[in-house]
Write a protein that binds this ligand. Structure first.
Ligand code: PNS
Length: 161
């Protein structure tokens, strides 16, 4: 563990998946504190509201003592500077992901040289999961119970009542 290093794992988490949880659990072991940062984007149409997503992430990460959940808007680097966060954690599944992640890492470094990006490869088991694909198959009532935390399934059932 990197003592006294605060890190953030940011995203839109609509919804949080087992792939995200895998990255969160592994990053939580590496840093003294990990924030899961939910990007507030009122213009983006989402399946779950912001409050629902925050609640779901909190529920799905409640077993991790050094993880907290926040929401932010604006530039991620600004949030990090104001909150003493030194590392951005990102997960990658594919080479295509890597190209986008490298661009973001370089841009964030350009904007704030003091911040580092750590890129973790997603575990093989979860390498095909994305929130968008989950939503696509859900639209056709597919069973995604192996792919997302139980609380997400419960929330979906509640919504469909
Ligand atoms: O879940 P996503 O879409 O992969 O998350 C992307 C996210 C939220 C990490 C990225 O879009 C972001 O940091 N947005 C905040 C605005 C910002 O800082 N943009 C510059 C990125 S180089």
């Amino acid at each position: 563990m990197s003592k006294d290093v605060r890190a953030i794992f940011a995203g839109s988490f609509d919804p949080i998946t087992n792939g995200h949880i895998d990255i969160i659990e592994r990053a939580a072991k590496m840093f003294s504190h990990l924030e899961v940062g939910l990007l507030i984007n009122p213009n983006k149409k989402t399946l779950f509201t912001m409050d629902e997503r925050v609640d779901l992430i909190r529920e799905a990460t409640k077993h991790l003592d050094n993880v907290s959940v926040i929401s932010f808007d604006g530039l991620l680097i600004d949030y990090c500077m104001k909150n003493n966060i030194g590392v951005l954690v990102r997960g990658v599944r594919t080479i295509a992901d890597m190209e986008y992640e490298l661009q973001m890492a370089h841009m964030n470094k350009e904007l704030n040289d003091g911040l580092e990006t750590i890129i973790l490869p997603t575990s093989k088991t979860y390498s095909f999961i994305s929130s968008s694909l989950i939503k696509e198959v859900l639209h056709f009532d597919a069973d995604v119970s192996n792919l997302v935390p139980t609380c997400v399934i419960e929330k979906l059932k509640e919504k469909n009542k």
